[in-house]
Design a protein around this ligand. Structure first.
Ligand code: SAM
Length: 285
């Protein structure tokens, strides 16, 4: 049974180890038992899994993950958390804590250490680097089965939405190319200490074995997508001709759109993932 059950137990641990929540590391500690349990349940963590947790903090989620998973690797940037994690996880032999910046960590090497288990990422993410963490995981080529993370509610909405919404963008398309997103639950600020200034949501991304659309040049498609949303109020023609990463002449864009049966004056924000793939193939061809 987890020792960090109840807000009081987590606060006591934090106090005894003189931990101060550092804003620069996005530290908002989750102290609501029902939310912690819901994250583990939503991720379907079982003994066949190797769970990578990003940012364990004082360890309330880590402890629960270790009770259900075959193995847990927890990556924490802040050294002040390590003694608290050692206290909470000391008697568990299926957890490894690494004190490092996740963005500079070789995740492939971590995955290879436990080769015979399903790889899952579970985390209450530091919000200041949500996008680089999530896109980095998705684009890594490492076979994660799922990624279950707490993110800002607004970011969860961006991951799940399609054309026609103001939230639709490069992140939506990257997430939906690699995975099927599902928002699990919204979480109020009171579930954390200190309270974040924004709403939070848990989202699970189930990674595809094969993307839902096929495209001849994945890297080009994502460069086109990024260029389209960098100037999202412009027509696709104008956005792509001016962008130094793609520089596609307006006539070429217009011809490709016509071949697709789309309006040559369309904006990139109106295209679906399937249309971006088709457009990329026509440009490449
Ligand atoms: N898991 C804990 C919880 O649920 O209470 C803490 C979550 S807190 C929102 C985010 C955690 O990520 C903090 O512990 C913070 O120090 C850690 N963190 C921030 N930036 C990081 C980075 N670049 N690499 C690894 N961990 C990081």
């Amino acid at each position: 049974m987890a020792r960090l059950r109840s807000k009081g137990a987590t606060m006591d641990l934090v106090r005894r180890h003189n931990i101060t929540a550092r804003k620069k590391f996005g530290q908002n500690f989750l102290t609501d038992d029902s939310v912690l349990d819901k994250i583990v349940e939503a991720a379907g963590v079982c003994d066949k899994d190797h769970v990578i947790e990003i940012g364990p903090g004082p360890g309330a989620l880590t402890e629960r993950l270790a009770e259900h998973a075959g193995f847990v690797t927890a990556i924490e940037i802040d050294p002040q958390m390590i003694p608290a994690l050692e206290e909470i996880l000391g008697d568990k032999d299926n957890v490894r804590v690494i004190c490092a910046d996740v963005l500079k960590t070789d995740m492939g090497a971590i995955a290879e250490k436990i080769p015979d288990k399903d790889l899952k990422v579970v985390a209450n993410l530091p919000y200041y680097i949500t996008t680089p963490i999530v896109t980095g995981l998705l684009e890594s080529g490492i076979r994660y089965k799922s990624i279950t993370v707490m993110v800002q509610t607004e970011v969860a909405a961006r991951m799940q939405t399609g054309p026609g919404s103001k939230d639709y963008g490069a992140l939506s398309l990257a997430v939906q190319y690699y995975s099927k997103p599902e928002i699990v639950t919204d979480v109020p600020p009171e579930a954390f200490i200190p309270r974040p200034g924004v709403g939070s949501s848990v989202i699970r991304l189930d990674l595809y074995d094969k993307p839902p659309v096929s495209v001849s040049d994945e890297a080009l498609m994502f460069r086109i997508i990024k260029a389209s949303f960098m100037q999202r109020r412009k027509t696709l023609q104008n956005a792509l001709k001016n962008n130094p990463d793609v520089r596609i002449p307006a006539e070429k864009t217009s011809a490709a759109l016509q071949q697709m049966g789309a309006d040559p004056m369309i904006r990139g924000e109106a295209l679906t993932l399937e249309q971006f793939a088709q457009f990329t193939d026509l440009i490449k061809g």
